[in-house]
Ligand binder design. Structure first.
Ligand code: NOJ
Length: 522
């Protein structure tokens, strides 16, 4: 049997926005537990929960002040135990989000470290003597210099996200061991895997050299991030984490490796001695184009197979840091809009690889306009030329029903709710809804070894028609997705598994604009 993280569909939950069980306007762990049956019924095999650990919430939980405790905002330790037990009863794996590149500035380690240079915790963080910052490394949120002043020791510390997120020194043995203990702590509690936040940032150049200038696709102020991340030592840490995880059975390590080069992300993957999956973000930056998605998928398959042939591909369309796919590919014509979303669904769930669905994607949730005074994301408060809206618009409450506050909460939620017309309750019993479509395709995938494990052959030179064949032990499933507006005719005989916008003739099948055909070949 293939490992679970190869087969199952992962669903990302942003806990603050999934379900509020206690009426305080903020989602919580009990809320997630209440909705596990919904996820099971949908066909989800694993959930990744964004951080719910104790945190002052300077970066919405990605600033942790106690790695072992649940933040009271999300519930109690017992609530997590209950969530985990119920998920396991339903055969849903649970992945938690570990943020080990930085802590909160309120973490007791940093509170100690910043007191004096001879404090035993001082070397647990990255420091540089004044009077000037040592190099040109940037804070990704403000695009200003990443070095923050600590008056007590008259030194700079590194904060590539916010000044409230000081970065730890992975070269310090005690810090390193303590982070591994955090991993063991959660494995002992029974979690099935980890999503490692910015894992490629753990190590920085020991000499702290300035990054060279470079014109890049993702500008990030035009530098080659050669020295502020991606140092080779991180692979040793990955190998050690792999070993620890293996000693607990089949546990997944999934890394967030933001890099403008897909090859680089792929280097973090290696089933035996590295991460099982390094997130492939390339789909997040593609236009709605069959040609571009084909090229992106081909490039990813090539990249990940370089290190080891059994490396697992993965795809995702949205997450809590990026504009939702349903907004990126929005069409002002409602009929075309839903056809497009269905194409995205089939592509995500039938390509070879592990798919991750972002909460609400299955009902077509879109980004929500958040007025300036309600914005919570620190990125939204950075100044020009940073993203002016921040990431709140893709983090709004899950739309469970047409009731007030979308059935997410009894009270005004922490962020405004989106269009109540898009909601689970209305879609769940409507066979034509996006949600029913997701359920259908998920069921097809979950029951098909060909779709889960089979090889893939991508058709070349077909323009806006993205076509591929999945094969496994003699079975062949052909997928055609017409991203374009021109009809395309194909010759395909067999059992039609999923379809939209097709005309079936005696010999040929016409795929109209935005058509889908998934067919089990004779
Ligand atoms: C990546 C996370 O996805 C993002 O939300 C967070 O702000 C940064 N890492 C810093 O932890």
């Amino acid at each position: 049997m293939p490992e679970w993280w190869r087969e199952r569909v992962i669903y990302q939950i942003y806990p603050r926005s999934f379900k509020d069980s206690n009426g305080d306007g903020v989602g919580d762990l009990v809320g997630i537990t209440q909705k596990l049956d919904y996820l099971k019924d949908l066909g989800i095999g694993a959930i990744w929960i964004s951080p719910f650990f104790k945190s002052p919430q300077a970066d919405c939980g990605y600033d942790v002040s106690d790695y072992r405790a649940v933040d009271p905002m999300f519930g109690s330790d017992q609530d997590f135990e209950t969530l985990l037990a119920r998920a396991h009863e339903l055969d849903i794996k649970v992945i938690i989000d570990l943020v080990l590149n930085h802590t909160s500035c309120e973490h007791p380690w940093f509170q100690e470290a910043r007191k004096s240079k001879d404090n035993p915790k001082h070397d647990w963080y990255i420091w540089s003597d004044g009077p000037k910052p040592p190099n040109n490394w940037l804070c990704g949120f403000t695009l200003k210099n990443a070095w923050c002043w600590n008056e007590q020791t008259k030194e700079y510390y590194l904060g590539q996200f916010t000044p409230e997120q000081p970065e730890v020194n992975w070269r310090n043995k005690e810090l390193h061991d303590e982070m591994m203990n955090v991993l063991k702590f959660w494995l002992e509690r029974g979690v099935d895997g980890f999503r490692l936040d910015v894992v490629n940032f753990y190590f920085k150049d020991a000499q702290m050299r300035s990054n060279p200038r470079k014109i890049t696709r993702m500008p990030y102020m035009f530098m080659d991030h050669k020295y502020d991340r991606n140092q080779p030592e991180v692979l040793d840490v990955a190998a050690e984490m792999r070993q620890i995880c293996n000693s607990f059975g089949e546990r997944a390590l999934i890394g967030e490796v933001y890099a403008d080069d897909t090859d680089l992300a792929a280097q973090f993957q290696g089933n035996n001695d590295r991460l099982n999956i390094a997130y492939n973000f390339d789909f997040l930056y593609q236009e709605f184009s069959g040609e571009l998605f084909r090229k992106s998928a081909q490039k990813h398959y090539q990249s990940i197979s370089k290190y080891s042939s059994d490396n697992q591909p993965n795809f995702t369309l949205s997450n809590h840091d990026q504009v939702r796919a349903c907004t990126r590919y929005h069409d002002s014509n409602p009929a075309r809009d839903i056809l497009k979303q269905k194409i995205m669904c089939v592509m995500l769930l039938t390509l070879r690889g592990t798919p991750t669905i972002y909460y609400g994607e299955e009902i077509g949730m879109k980004n929500v306009k958040v007025p300036k005074h309600l914005r919570m994301d620190p990125v939204a408060h950075a100044s020009f030329p940073v993203n002016l809206f921040g990431r709140d618009p893709e983090r709004t409450p899950m739309q469970w029903s047409g009731a007030e506050f979308c059935g997410f909460s009894q009270t005004q939620p922490w962020l405004p709710v989106g269009d109540v017309k898009i909601n689970v309750e209305d879609q769940i019993n409507n066979p034509d809804s996006l949600l029913s479509f997701y359920k259908l395709v998920l069921k097809l995938r979950n029951e098909s070894r060909t779709l889960k494990e089979g090889n893939i052959n991508i058709m070349e030179g077909t323009g806006e028609l993205f076509g591929y064949r999945r094969t496994f032990e003699g079975e062949k499933i052909q997928v055609y997705l017409n991203f374009g507006n021109k009809p395309v005719v194909v010759s395909a005989k067999g059992k039609i598994l999923v379809q939209q916008e097709i005309d079936v003739g005696e010999e040929l099948i016409t795929l109209k604009a935005l058509a889908i055909l998934v067919i089990q070949r004779e």
